[in-house]
Design a protein around this ligand. Structure first.
Ligand code: DCP
Ligand code: MG
Length: 382
């Protein structure tokens, strides 16, 4: 017991979760380079060439080579050309980015379904309880970066920590192709050294106010009282007071998956031969296709579900760049997936085939929103 000293209790931190933030490196530019290897090593700028549209265009992103010239997102294409006259301008291809993003999400889903996308190239994952029962968030993050690289030939960066705020800061810490882990024991040190503009919500205007108040680093922020911060910065002040103490209890908010349609069957007698699996997958692919046609829907993602005799259940999915148009295509993807996860000799109790991310066939030309609609106020500032 201490007497005579009035002590303010530090607010509690919850360090029980394992959160990963994944962010693709120079996303649009990397996809463009992957599609056209002649671009590798060149300063690639994702924008229409100023010559083509009178210089009204804006840079979506730039490869790291182009960034050396000072080119960055949201800069006018005209300015980018001035800074980088040898820049290779490539127009954006949103359908392609959306498709690649779905493939990245397929990889995430091998580890967890608790995924919150912030944009096409960025998402939070809660892997506290994950499908692989891996204890270490770091190992999962490493596996995800590896899968993305091996399967999609794209590099990404990840941050691992016990909350969203720290995980996001960490993913940005060693870009490109970086993995940064901030365990509870290191978060204080990490936050104290951070420049103040790295804190979520501190944009240009707030930055000036921070400097006026002699706040340049996490440490300076930490040294202020909650009252001081809330007086000057209102709600943001309250939030920053907590953030700089490593507190952020926002959950990873799962987006509802778009419509899906599938069929599955539990067999009276377990299947034990590959030929029987193939035969059944053919049959059920036809069934799914017929129902889809009746409902005038189509999709790009096939999910295969397999339950073995011992009730162990696996699901695996694959996303195509284009809509899957018939039963034969559904079957061929389902069979590919079976080859990944199937082992007939274990005794197959249940098989299921589902198409997800369905769209109505006749509304193809309505553009989907590029950014997820449901975002909390704070994520909007992320
Ligand atoms: N984007 C855009 N306009 C912006 C910012 C981004 O069109 N003002 C697009 C292009 C990016 C993608 O969103 O490729 C992802 O944005 P990021 O901020 O993650 O940037 P990058 O992935 O391009 O680069 P980094 O390696 O810094 O993450
Ligand atoms: Mg990115």
């Amino acid at each position: 017991m201490e007497y005579g000293i009035l002590r303010f209790k530090e607010p509690e931190r919850d360090t029980s979760r394992k959160i990963i933030h994944v962010d693709m490196d120079a996303f649009y530019a990397s996809v463009a380079i992957r599609e056209n290897p002649a671009l590798r090593g060149q300063p690639v700028i994702i924008a229409r060439h100023p010559k083509e549209n009178g210089g009204r265009g804006v840079v979506a992103t730039a490869s790291y080579e182009a960034r050396k010239y000072g080119v960055h997102s949201a800069m006018s294409a005209k300015k980018a050309l001035e800074l980088c006259p040898d820049g290779v301008f490539v127009p954006a291809d949103f359908d392609l980015y959306r498709a690649v993003s779905a493939q990245i999400h397929d990889i995430f889903r091998r580890y967890t379904d608790i995924i919150q996308p912030l944009s096409l190239d960025e998402a939070y994952l809660d892997v506290t309880h994950n499908k692989k029962e891996i204890q270490s968030g770091t190992l999962i993050a490493r596996a995800i970066l590896r899968d993305i690289y091996q399967e999609l030939k794209l590099t990404s960066s990840a941050g691992v920590s016990y909350n969203k705020f720290l995980a996001k800061l960490a993913s940005d810490y060693k870009k490109p192709a970086g993995l940064t882990v901030v365990p509870p024991s290191k978060s204080h040190e990490f936050l104290m050294a951070l420049e103040i503009d790295k804190f979520t919500g501190v944009g240009e205007k707030t930055l000036e106010k921070m400097h006026d108040f002699d706040i340049y680093t996490g440490q300076d922020l930490y040294d202020k009282t909650e009252l001081e911060l809330s007086k000057r910065f209102g709600k943001l002040g309250h939030s920053l007071f907590r953030r700089v103490r490593g507190i952020d209890d926002r959950p990873v908010e799962v987006e509802r998956e778009r419509k899906s349609l599938g069929k599955e069957r539990t067999f009276q007698k377990d299947i034990t031969r590959d030929e029987e699996v193939i035969q059944f997958l053919r049959y059920i692919s036809n069934e799914v296709d017929a129902t889809l046609q009746a409902k005038e829907m189509h999709g790009k993602t096939v999910v295969l579900k397999v339950r073995y005799r011992d009730f162990e259940t696996y699901t695996r999915r694959k996303t195509r760049l284009n809509y899957i148009e018939n039963a034969e295509e559904i079957f061929s993807i389902a069979y590919d997936l079976w080859q990944d996860i199937g082992a007939a000799e274990r005794g197959v109790r249940l098989l299921g085939v589902t198409l997800t991310n369905l769209d109505p066939i006749y509304f193809e030309n309505i553009p989907l929103p590029l950014w997820p609609q449901k975002r909390t106020q704070e994520d909007k500032r992320d």
